[in-house]
Design a binder for this molecule. Structure first.
Ligand SMILES: [Zn+2]
Length: 157
């Protein structure tokens, strides 16, 4: 009896690009949409020392409602950019973003209140904001009763 061909340890996912870091521990839609966030983020200009950020808003039926990304200092953050395409309303949807929504007044107003006001049901975050004093958005969103998932593909975000 012929030996069966062994399956590759890391089968390529259709439509995705290779990302840095382990992906074996995450599967399914969250990882797929987070990869899309990173693709959108890559469209942004220089944001150093801040990471580049992309955002996808997905309906409960799995359809992309809006995409956004941060174009550079002083411009709308990715979440606000995506929400603006929906007139700020995304009731029942899931918002994916590769960096924790901010909750401080920088050059633009904080994103967390806009995310809460949009009516999204769930927020999926890649990496938490590494800048001291910039975190807290995820906590604020969760306190508003929105389901928050964090750490999806975090090493790549
Ligand atoms: Zn922000």
């Amino acid at each position: 009896m012929a030996a069966r061909a062994r399956r590759p340890a890391h089968p390529a996912r259709p439509g995705s690009r290779p990302v840095a870091g382990p992906i074996a521990d995450v599967a399914g839609d969250d990882a797929r949409w987070m990869v899309r966030c990173l693709e959108l983020a890559a469209r942004g200009g220089r944001t150093s020392p801040n990471p580049r950020v992309g955002c996808v808003i997905v309906s409960a039926r799995g359809e992309v409602l809006a995409e956004g990304w941060h174009r550079g200092p002083g411009t709308a953050h990715a979440e606000v950019d995506a929400l603006a395409r929906l007139g700020g309303a995304a009731r029942g949807a899931t918002l994916y973003v590769n960096l924790e929504p901010c909750d401080h007044h920088g050059r633009t107003p904080p994103c967390a209140p806009a995310v809460i006001a949009s009516g999204v049901r769930r927020v999926v975050i890649g990496a938490m904001d590494p800048v001291p004093g910039h975190g807290g958005g995820a906590r604020r969103i969760a306190r508003a009763g929105i389901e928050v998932t964090r750490g999806v593909l975090a090493p790549a975000c």
